[in-house]
Design a protein. Structure first.
Lengths: 655, 67
């Protein structure tokens, strides 16, 4: 699916009347359109209207919200916002929203080709992509990339994957099935059984409690990721600070080396245990002696030879062979001739191979597995010692009055306290239920089991057992299919994003480890602001442009409060990743951002400056000398880099 | 159409549980219609009923487990 935003028009709203056309002379849209809108020109109004025009959501806006879009001191009873989209380079879709201020409602008109309908009705194949769950991802601000990494946003990275690939339809089907079953159950309960009503109440309260605990555990797990990330970052900063401070430099370097060596030994020992695990004789050498004795005994008894011969000698007395052929004299002769060899050969070969396999363990040599475990213990001890030594250096550094060390140590202690409390809570939530658990415990498994019991009892009492059984089967299928599909799609997103990150961050690569509530990065240290932004944009752009798809990205304040370096990095990155970006900026965002953006866009950048016309701005507009792209009684849209860059640089911005 | 990964996951879950192919087809039909955004509640209920109908009854399952 390819959707482009061609432009919009506003009349009679809080924003000045204006028409913004993003098309170039050849009819295409620029890769990047920057729209500079100083405070007071209705940036928020425009962004909200654009979003509502795309997803049809203004039909359900409350009355006071609609009225709040009326122009200040305006006399018009109606306002208008029209957005124009283009699908697959050919089909235009025009969505028109009329604001009826007196009534407090918004009505829609949709024109597709030559056909106009008096409601919000984009073609079905496009509508899926304009659904609010999807289209909200096309509108983001500079913080969204950060939120994706730190998990503080309202939409998790994992949910974004579900949205892009339509996995939420699976959840919808599951929810439909659950509600439908409950409706049947309620009808059965309406027959008057008080016990049934009581049981429904209990089932609902158990479900609520279980969901509440799951949500709490997920939130705590997301918080743990953030805290561990934060703790790693502060630790790195602390180590760097101590190395700089001189007094503990040599000791710090030595202990860090010891720690790294211990860490490497620990990893090696675990790897060795991995290799040993498939070999039972290596794990428990006495087993080799036992098996050896068994093989010797079998050898002495010649049991295999006897049993196979006896079986075949019996077989010749049958009228039909095991292979269904008639047992004639030729077959009897042949079977008796080979009776001593057939099974014996195979079994003997196996026993010989087994003997060879256990040979190395027959000697009284020390246990390979035991040695590997000893190495793990020793390396873990060394790691702990190095950790304690580092902690000791920090304590001594803090005692010397190093404020920075003291401050960071306090931060780490606070974080660790929170981590300990959260880990304990998550552990309780995720463990299996045990004896002594009751309804005050925080164990999800306990409530899930009670819930299952209550549901089964309800189904039995209400006579809906068969429907319950079918509904449960469907829910199990959907749950498992969701997990399978989500894991595959997520792995693919991670793989593609990592390939892209290696290309665009060649000198300072960062990789995605996993996607859960947040996008989790490889490595224990924190990523720079620029790296974080790159990951956020690569993740989103990878989804938006997957499989030939193309959607417009409408970005409010793309650089926000980023520092100079991060602005430069982002400016050089966006045109590589997106096919159409419409960025709403203010003058202070231009610095360090616009030039790298222009370079990376190869000139495919449209500079627009939108101003409200009043007595004060008339002079400013004259000074800017841009090309007028459109204008009205109260607003003007100028085109051109010079006007864009001049606003606020000696030419006042305030309107 | 639902994503290939979704189709394959549903097919594989239906097969691994020895459930009828018809149930798989009906689940996929439901998701296909949900994706089109034109799926009134009444149609949803009807399609859901068809899915449930295609799944084995409790009695059949109990018979199977006895065998």
């Amino acid at each position: 699916m390819k959707i482009e935003l061609l432009g919009w028009k506003a009349e009679g709203l809080r924003a000045p009347d204006i028409e913004v056309n993003l098309e170039k002379n050849d009819g295409s849209v620029a890769r990047v359109s920057l729209l500079q809108m100083p405070n007071g020109t209705g940036k928020t109004t425009t962004l909200n209207c654009l979003r509502a025009a795309m997803d049809g959501s203004a039909e359900s806006w409350p009355e006071d919200r609609v009225k709040s879009y009326r122009e200040i001191n305006g006399s018009r009873d109606q306002g208008l916002f029209v957005a124009t989209l283009r699908v697959h380079d050919t089909q235009k879709i025009i969505v028109e929203m009329t604001f009826h201020f007196n009534e407090g409602v918004v009505t829609y008109k949709t024109t597709v080709g030559s056909k106009t309908e008096d409601n919000y009705s984009p073609p079905p194949e496009v509508r899926r992509y304009l659904d609010p769950r999807f289209s909200k991802l096309l509108f983001f601000d500079g913080e969204m990339a950060n939120n994706l990494i730190d998990g503080k946003g309202t939409t998790s990275a994992s949910q974004i994957i579900d949205t892009f690939y339509g996995l939420y339809h699976l959840s919808e089907l599951k929810e439909n099935a659950r509600l439908s079953y409950e409706l049947h159950e309620k009808r059965a309960g309406a027959k008057g059984a008080a016990q049934l009503t009581k049981l429904i109440g209990r089932r609902n309260s158990l479900r609520e409690k279980s969901q509440q605990l799951k949500h709490q555990a997920e939130t705590q797990e997301a918080r743990l990721v953030v805290l561990r990330h934060e703790s790693a970052r502060i630790n790195v900063e602390l180590e760097e600070h101590l190395l700089k401070s001189g007094q503990f430099r040599e000791e710090e370097i030595r202990v860090q080396e010891e720690r790294d060596q211990a860490s490497s030994r620990l990893e090696g020992a675990f790897h060795q245990v991995d290799l040993i695990f498939p070999d039972p004789f290596a794990i428990w050498p006495p087993l080799a002696a036992e098996v050896h004795d068994l093989v010797e005994s079998l050898d002495r008894l010649k049991l295999t030879a006897q049993s196979s011969r006896l079986f075949l000698e019996d077989l010749v007395h049958e009228s039909v062979c095991v292979c269904d052929r008639t047992m004639d004299s030729a077959a009897r002769t042949s079977i008796l001739k080979r009776a001593d060899q057939t099974l014996e050969d195979a079994v003997n070969a196996y026993l010989k191979s087994l003997k060879r396999q256990i040979q190395p363990y027959a000697k009284e040599s020390p246990s390979v597995f035991g040695e590997a475990v000893d190495r793990i213990v020793a390396a873990d001890d060394d790691l702990s010692k190095a950790g304690n030594a580092l902690e000791n250096i920090r304590v001594r550094a803090a005692a010397t009055g190093d404020e920075e060390v003291g401050k960071k140590k306090d931060q780490l202690e606070k974080i660790q306290e929170e981590i300990d409390a959260l880990e304990s809570s998550v552990e309780t939530a995720r463990r299996f239920t045990k004896t002594g658990d009751d309804e005050h415990c925080g164990c999800i498994d306990y409530f899930e089991k009670r819930l299952k019991e209550a549901e089964n009892e309800l189904a039995r009492l209400s006579g809906t057992r068969d429907l319950k059984h079918r509904t449960d089967t469907l829910i199990q299928v959907i749950d498992a299919a969701y997990k399978q599909a989500h894991a595959l799609l997520k792995d693919d997103v991670v793989r593609r994003a990592n390939e892209r990150l290696l290309q665009i961050l060649r000198y300072n690569p960062v990789q995605i480890r996993d996607i859960g509530e947040s996008v989790q990065l490889e490595g224990r240290g924190g990523a720079s602001v620029g790296q974080t932004l790159a990951v956020g944009y690569v993740f989103l752009a990878g989804l938006l442009y997957e499989g030939g798809n193309q959607f417009p990205l409408v970005v409010d304040s793309p650089v926000g409060s980023l520092d100079d370096e991060a602005r430069k990095e982002l400016g050089g990155l966006i045109p590589i990743l997106v096919k159409q970006m419409v960025g709403f900026v203010i003058a202070t965002e231009r610095k360090w951002f616009v030039d790298p953006l222009a370079d990376a866009s190869d000139g495919d950048l449209l500079y627009l400056t939108h101003l409200r016309i009043n007595e004060y701005t008339k002079e400013i507009i004259a000074d800017l000398k841009g090309n007028k792209r459109s204008s009205s009684d109260n607003g003007i849209l100028l085109e051109g880099r010079d006007a864009f860059m001049a606003l606020g640089e000696g030419v006042e911005e305030t309107t | 159409m639902p994503r290939e990964e979704v189709i394959n996951a549903i097919k594989s879950e239906i097969e691994s549980r020895n459930l009828p192919q018809e149930a798989c087809d009906r689940i996929l039909a439901f998701i296909k219609q949900a994706e089109s955004s034109e799926f009134p509640n009444r149609d949803r209920e009807e399609q859901l009923a068809l899915i449930l109908e295609a799944l084995p009854s409790l009695e059949v399952e109990q018979e199977d487990s006895r065998i």
